[in-house]
Design a protein around this ligand. Sequence first.
Ligand SMILES: Cc1ncc(COP(=O)(O)O)c(C=O)c1O
Length: 389
Amino acid sequence: MENHVMNTYNRFDIAIESGHGPWVVDTDGQEYLDFISGIAVNCLGHAAPEIQKTLTEQSSKVIHISNLFWSQPQIDLANALAEKSGLDRVFFNNSGTEANETALKIARKYGYTKNPGKKTKIICFTDSFHGRSMGALAVTGQEKYREPFRPLIGEVYDAKFNDLESVRELMDEDVCAVILEAVQGESGILPAEQAFMEGIRELCDQYDALMICDEVQCGMGRSGELFAYQTYGVLPDICTTAKALGAGFPIGAVMANDRAAQYFVPGDHGCTFGGNPLACACGNTVMRELFENGLLEHVREMGAYLFSALDGLKEKYPEKINLVRGKGLLLGVQMKEGLKSPVIAAAQSHKLLLAGAGNEVVRFLPPLNITEEEIDEAVSRFEAAVSEL
Ligand SMILES: Cc1ncc(COP(=O)(O)O)c(C=O)c1O
């Protein structure tokens, strides 16, 4: 078949036609248990009735109005995110990359207001991932992604993740922001240490810099709290989110406290599609599920259940599995050297879909409403894959 899709992804040889809950069905009618969830997006599963209802109801009223006008779904979602994040103001866009790009612009405007031309430095971390645009890529601490696209935005400095001393060495009055993931996703589900998160908060306060938490992957309930920074009791100045916010409908958001947001004024930033009523209605449905229908507690329970099952496999197959780590339903299984791709392929032959990450890690990202029985099924398929290696 002729195919004009640009060659930017290494795709599995599976074409998906439909889905229901944590299951997807390919074009040959084969059913797979999907523990990738569109890479941490489909938090309510496939064809979720709540999202179907939201899409039908809202699209029959109005889909898009631009940001020249107000809409209730956008105001409701901004209010809910502000209340639950502990931050004050929300800007909407369509993806994680755009949310991070917005956060970087807020930080630069903050620095410009405080000390124009000087307070421009941004500190990011080794092995981080923040997106592929020129700004988000600049703060992605992985040279393999950045190198071919230089020059990127300047004044970006890499510190070592979970090494506070490396941040302290770079920190001065010219730093306008430090950007980090509370749990690094793409590089292998690596949680920040408690003292590291607290130390970054203190350094940002000391040097009047903004702490930006990228919660695109670890946010929206996946950690067991709405945002993973909340598991540390540390409040950043800016938080970015996307992926699961719309349960599959594209939407991103940036939350900021007034300290950071006050300098962002009309003309500084914009987004045609950002915050459209349909996307925001989906976001409101996700927030309702998390906070009114018990989904957050469910994540904590199922996260502990999945963790202990995977940890049991680690005990049983110590020659194949190195460790299990993560928070909530954001779990990584680190395989022994060279076993990541083979185990993902073997799992696929047992009709279980798993995503890889850096450092030999296999990611488990089920929908947040996954059940114990479905976890049992996934773990038994994973064990079959591991035992075959
Ligand atoms: C932590 C993090 N930030 C940003 C992004 C980029 O988000 P998007 O692909 O929606 O632009 C990702 C995507 O995987 C991510 O994991």
